[in-house]
Design a protein around this ligand. Structure first.
Ligand code: A2H
Length: 253
């Protein structure tokens, strides 16, 4: 991470159906509201390949009213930052309606903007930091080694991770092709570096670096509105398209 601010894209993942645990914890608190889990991503051009959404089970998430009808789910830290970036009104003010542990969000079904699989589940990830982004990570296992390693862990040990295997059933979707690694860059790098699980943090940091550079400098879009275009061009275009559609917003920190 550099010295300057990180320019994230805040992706609005609308809640379609709460997990049982979230449903009981939230009973009556969000009547009539549109609720969105907000994921922070640096790779908006990969959103076609979302297969799920990750939260940290030990992280506390707040429900923040950003206007009369819409509620964002993220860390309080992120909500405070957003309040000064034109996301909510009045400026600088946050209104928290409820809070919940990440573990209770697991199993919630959300909409994945622009995704080829438009409905995905919330799953647990070990390495989600409460101190970065919104605390919600949208999962794109085709292009993110962390996401692929985590999805693989969850599929191997669903009981251990307390998930229904159905929630992790969507396979990685080819979104970007790269000359060195083909149509599924992250799985190819994870295999090459012999990464076994999300616990291999050191190798994953290396894999992330390789995947990021390869995708950005040499990748070509395989799907979507900018199919056939280099990722270097498509990145800003997909981002603008999502923002215009009201499905995302700029978020910096
Ligand atoms: B990226 P940086 Cl396809 N904890 O989005 C852990 N990881 C987090 C996070 C948090 N609180 N908030 C965001 N992230 C992830 C897509 C993606 C991402 C792809 C490939 C690489 C990649 C789909 N997941 O990131 O430390 C988010 O995952 C590799 C750089 O601020 C976000 O972008 O550089 C990225 O890490 C931000 O990490």
């Amino acid at each position: 991470e550099g010295v300057g601010p990180q320019e994230y894209t805040g992706v609005k993942m609308e809640v379609l159906k709460w997990s049982d645990a979230a449903s009981s914890a939230l009973a009556g608190k969000l009547e009539g509201k549109n609720v969105y889990l907000v994921a922070a991503t640096l790779r908006p051009e990969t959103m076609y390949g979302q297969t799920n959404c990750f939260v940290g089970t030990a992280i506390n998430y707040g429900f923040f009213a950003i206007n009369e009808t819409d509620v964002f789910v993220c860390t309080e830290r992120a909500a405070r930052n957003m309040a000064f970036q034109g996301t909510s009104l009045p400026r600088g003010k946050i209104t928290q309606l409820a809070e919940i542990d990440g573990s209770k969000l697991v199993g919630t079904k959300v909409k994945a903007p622009f995704a080829i699989h438009p409905e995905v589940y919330v799953l647990p990830m070990d390495n989600v930091l409460a101190t970065k982004g919104t605390g919600v990570v949208t999962s794109v296992p085709s292009d993110s080694p962390d996401d692929f390693a985590t999805l693989t862990d969850l599929r191997k040990k669903p009981e251990f991770y307390k998930i229904d295997p159905q929630w992790a059933a969507i396979d990685p979707v080819p979104v970007i092709t790269t000359p060195t690694y083909g149509d599924l860059t992250a799985p190819a790098i994870v295999k090459k570096l012999k990464i076994q699980s999300q616990k291999d943090v050191k190798q994953l940091a290396e894999a992330k670096e390789i995947a990021y550079k390869e995708g950005f400098y040499s990748g070509t879009m395989l799907v979507g509105e900018f199919k056939g275009q280099p990722v270097q061009e498509a990145k800003a275009l997909v981002r603008a398209s999502m923002i215009d559609a009201g499905l995302a917003f700029a978020y910096a920190e």
